[in-house]
Design a protein around this ligand. Structure first.
Ligand code: SF4
Length: 374
């Protein structure tokens, strides 16, 4: 059986539908462990189809009613996928990473320090607590950073030495190609940049692995040069929502950092990291209109910032767990013109050195770009 989807449906449409509907799994334990809780996207399972690995929601309410069904995979991790009972072809579950079997000398499993995302990305949340997560009135409503910590699936603070050891093992045993280092926001004015600097320096001293760091805009733009000097190759500063009303409702704490600060920070960071190496995550489906997201994206692209627009996924255990996911039509209305804008401007996922935009598994955006370029 080949991995090519025999479906007449264009690949970007299939990826878009899988990410908005989610999928039902005949065997929920198939493939590598799926993330529940944590910073950023969660409740997904990685699936490879047509040569691309995508994160597909499987533990959400929406997914339980999805028209997509994935059969129990064979011993090689290959399973059939169907839509409303019509067979579409084969998908593959990436195997469990070998580095998950290792542990530190003091007995901490490597999988509690960093995890595999997509096909070849090592992802870690250096600090698994956040100044904005102290009360439900301030927390970002989509975020589950405290859930995986409370469930004992991770540790609160990953030391530079732990991160270096896990990164080295993930490269050597599993062929990991780049690394995402995100962090909850600590109380200090650097907003996490300082711990990202020491973490990146330790990883780069141990192994040659491109790194994307992710944090809120720090108080001082000098942090961008420090991050770069420590070995950070690309930077993410995430808007999440773009209009003031949606920002205030969805992330009341983080919205206190004004949009204008994000823009001065983007400009300064592009000077340091280069066009296309600075990105921002935008969650579509939380109230921002198609036009608002495209207008913001045009402003970002003009600055050389890659807008990584992903469909919102309602994560269990968060205040938004019953909020609907966006429709495939809504995402298509954004992703098709956005991909055109990116390709015309020479800002493409394939040129990003590391991070979410390069991985692309949480959005169909790079699939749209790929079709345009082809
Ligand atoms: S896009 Fe980012 S959050 Fe999503 S799987 Fe890839 S590295 Fe992880």
């Amino acid at each position: 059986m080949s991995q090519t989807m025999p479906s007449a449906m264009p690949t970007e449409q299939l990826v878009n539908e899988l990410q908005t509907f989610g999928a039902r799994l005949v065997d929920p334990n198939a493939g590598a462990d799926s993330r529940r809780g944590g910073a950023g996207p969660s409740d997904h399972k990685a699936l490879t189809l047509d040569g691309m690995t995508v994160m597909v929601p499987v533990h959400t309410g929406t997914a339980s009613a999805s028209p997509y069904l994935v059969e129990k995979p064979d011993a090689e991790g290959r399973g059939r996928i169907s839509r409303d009972g019509v067979d579409l072809g084969e998908v593959r579950f990436p195997r469990r990473p070998r580095f998950y079997d290792l542990q530190t000398e003091d007995g901490i499993p490597y999988s509690k320090i960093a995890v595999l995302h997509g096909a070849d990305v090592l992802a870690t949340t250096v600090l698994q607590s956040c100044v904005r997560y102290q009360s439900r009135s301030k927390t970002c409503q989509f975020c589950a950073i405290g859930e995986s910590l409370a469930a004992g699936r991770t540790i609160e603070r990953k030391t530079p030495a732990q991160l270096a050891a896990v990164a080295k093992a993930a490269v050597e045993l599993d062929g990991v190609k780049h690394m995402v280092m995100t962090t909850g926001t600590p109380p200090g004015k650097d907003r996490g940049a300082a711990i990202l600097v020491e973490s990146a320096a330790a990883v780069k001293a141990a192994v040659d692995l491109p790194i994307q760091a992710q944090c809120e805009p720090p108080d001082d733009d000098a942090w961008f040069a420090r991050l770069k000097a420590a070995g950070v190759d690309a930077l993410g500063m995430h808007l999440e929502a773009v209009t003031p009303e949606v920002r205030a409702r969805i992330m009341p704490g983080k919205a206190q950092v004004p949009l204008e600060r994000y823009f001065t920070a983007f400009e300064a960071a592009v000077q340091v990291f280069g066009r296309g190496q600075v990105s921002t995550y935008i969650l579509a489906g939380l109230g921002d209109s198609v036009e608002a997201i495209l207008d913001m994206s045009a402003r970002l692209v003009a600055l050389g910032v890659y807008p990584f627009v992903v469909p919102f996924v309602p994560i269990s255990g968060t205040p938004l767990e019953n909020h609907p996911a966006p429709t495939a039509e809504f995402m298509h209305a954004i992703l098709e013109p956005l991909a055109g804008m990116l390709v015309r401007s020479g800002l493409q996922a394939t040129d990003i050195k590391a991070g979410c935009g390069k991985c692309g598994a949480c959005s169909a955006l790079s699939t749209y770009e790929r079709r345009l370029v082809a």
